[in-house]
Design a protein around this ligand. Structure first.
Ligand code: HEM
Ligand SMILES: *[C@@H]1O[C@H](CO)[C@@H](O)[C@H](O)[C@H]1NC(C)=O
Length: 552
């Protein structure tokens, strides 16, 4: 998926001081007179436009400057941390003016549910992303689609593919890939980040297209499925970097014909490459199915349902392909966050391992049948998703009608951001919110529990009609990977080469992107005993057998 800057940049984008904007224009290279005129017109429009007339008081917020509003107040680095401070200062909802756009930031669960959930009919669109969504993806990438007919049809189809029952049917894939994950961790612990990415990429490729990525980069396979998909995803994400494309700040540039607009040529090139890759994966599945193979995967069902959901070929290819973008980095980030956290909190790790020993024993890897009995491990999964939530800043929605809430006016077209970071640090819902405490999700009867706002105890998958459709699949991935890793390994901080002592973990060093993972850290990953290897090898062999049978 794209970065938070994506959402922030795009529509909200930066009518920076005019000088800067025009000079940026020249750096676009072969800028023509047409483009220039368009830009000047655009700027004029921007300066004159006042956005929607406020029909009442907007929620409070930091005082905006004329024209640029609060653009200079919002830090580029981890803006959700600043937003959480503003929540303390201005209340559970506050307003930011991003140029002429209005942004509503929600910092508590109650208003997030009141607006995004209960009034989801008018809070389920997305901010406009001209470069990344309209040009690079030709409007076909579900995550960025405005609320409308196409999004609704795709979402309904996805619902069938990602329901709890459907998610369960993919558990064997997650068991196979997690067995390999653990084997890789034991064999090459130094590459743990690569193993996280491989697990996540290969799992989503199997679920999506019945294809595997057996190594992070397999030189023997030129068309390594996972690497190519990654590359495409990165290309798309980079188009979303704040301030990179002027068209996002000056939508009028979108009227410049392609032969005069280098950014459009670049977008077309990325689109064509993306479509051809997605198409080839979907058509491979089609061939497979036609020749009588069992290809239980999204693409198979998307092809079967394409007609009844009225999807064109390109829409079907993109629906399959775009799931990789939404489901790979997020899952890998969650796993690496877990590894960091276990190094930082050895007591939690020991407690989880004691539970695994008690429930599973030492003769086999944990599996999905153990889930109801692994209460503490389940609570660890929840606490990871709360404490260092993967999409820390949330993914912005946009409203499609004027609305009122608690006496405040929320104009149509407002960008509405539920700040997961702040919501998950609410001391009334999570006492001592800074502390990593899985126990908060275990009730007096020793059962898993949530909060008064969320059965799962957190909001890591977002809100309302846009809530992550992959959440049942993602939860299962995190559970099986966490438990198998702790069952087989002890995770400890790395050692300082000169002193031989443990390097203290920095639990606040996270990547800046909108889906965040810990910055590189050293850790020691060692088998818990000589009983580990046999069980892991056995599980890997079982997985390989299953894979071979599927291909036969
Ligand atoms: C730990 C892993 C994951 C996390 C933390 C996560 C989180 C999220 C969040 C916060 C959103 C935005 C929700 C909102 O707008 O309120 C989202 C959207 C989405 N996610 Fe996930 N996700 C994960 C894994 C997955 C997986 C495995 C898939 C696919 C199988 C997936 C598919 C999607 C799609 C397609 C959307 C866009 C939905 C829309 O715009 O209608 N995600 N995810
Ligand atoms: C998990 O392992 C147990 C013990 O070997 C077995 O009885 C059970 O069927 C397994 N469950 C799954 C989902 O594989």
């Amino acid at each position: 998926m794209a970065t938070l800057e994506t959402v922030m940049n795009a529509t909200l984008a930066t009518p920076k001081p005019a000088v800067e904007a025009t000079s940026a224009l020249f750096t676009l290279g072969s800028t023509t007179t047409t483009t220039l005129i368009a830009a000047v017109l655009g700027l004029a429009v921007l300066y004159l436009a006042r956005g929607n007339k406020a029909k009442g008081p907007l929620p409070p917020g930091p005082p905006p400057l004329p024209i640029i509003g609060n653009l200079l107040d919002v830090p580029k680095s981890r803006p959700w941390v600043k937003f959480a401070e503003w929540t303390e200062q201005y209340g559970p909802i506050f307003t930011l003016k991003m140029g002429r756009n209005t942004m509503l930031v929600i910092g508590r669960a109650q208003p997030a549910l009141d607006l995004l959930d209960k009034r989801s009919a008018i809070y389920s669109s997305r901010a406009r992303l001209i470069m990344t969504s309209e040009l690079v993806s030709r409007g076909l990438r579900m995550t960025f689609m405005p609320y409308g007919d196409l999004w609704r049809r795709e979402r309904r189809l996805l619902h069938q593919l990602t329901s709890p029952a459907a998610a369960s049917s993919y558990e064997p894939i997650q068991e196979m890939e997690s067995a390999q994950f653990v084997r890789d961790m034991l064999a090459k612990p130094g590459d743990f980040w690569g193993h996280c990415q491989r697990y996540a990429g290969s799992t989503i490729m199997q679920i999506g297209f019945n294809k595997r990525a057996k190594t992070p980069q397999d030189p023997a396979i030129t068309k390594n499925v996972h690497r190519q998909m990654r590359a495409i995803n990165e290309m798309m994400t980079k188009t979303a970097v704040a301030g990179r494309y002027l068209v996002d700040s000056l939508p009028i540039l979108n009227y410049v014909p392609e032969f005069l607009a280098p950014f459009k040529q670049e977008a077309s090139a990325i689109f064509k490459e993306t479509l051809s890759l997605f198409r080839s994966h979907v058509l491979d599945v089609k061939k497979n199915v036609e020749s009588g193979h069992d290809a239980h995967c999204f693409a198979k069902y998307i092809l079967e349902s394409q007609k009844s959901f009225g999807l064109t070929d390109d829409q079907a290819y993109f629906l399959g392909g775009a799931l990789y973008g939404a489901g790979s980095d997020t899952t890998a980030d969650g796993i690496s966050t877990f590894i960091m956290t276990m190094c930082a909190f050895p007591d939690v790790q020991a407690k989880a391992q004691a539970e695994l020993d008690r429930v599973v024993g030492r003769g086999r890897l944990p599996n999905f049948s153990d889930q109801p009995d692994l209460v503490y491990c389940g609570a660890v999964v929840r606490e990871i998703l709360r404490w260092r939530t993967v999409i820390a800043g949330g993914l912005a929605h946009a409203s499609t009608e004027d609305d009122w809430y608690n006496g405040y006016f929320i104009p149509k077209g407002t960008i509405v951001l539920a700040n997961h970071w702040a919501i998950h640090l609410d001391p009334e819902v999570y006492p001592e919110p800074e502390k990593f405490k899985p126990e908060r999700f275990i009730d007096a009867d020793g059962k898993l529990c949530g909060t008064k706002y969320a059965e799962a105890g957190h909001h890591a998958y977002g809100f309302g009609r846009r809530i992550c459709p992959g959440k049942h699949i993602a939860d299962r991935s995190l559970f099986i990977v966490f438990t198998r890793l702790l069952w087989s390994c002890t995770l400890r901080p790395g050692l300082d080469a000169s002193t031989g002592t443990e390097i203290p973990m920095n639990v606040n060093a996270f990547s800046e992107g909108f889906s965040s993972h810990p910055l590189p850290f050293k850790c020691r990953i060692e088998p818990r005993g000589d009983w580990v290897k046999e069980a892991v090898d056995e599980a890997v062999a079982e997985g390989e057998e299953m894979w071979a049978a599927k291909q036969a």
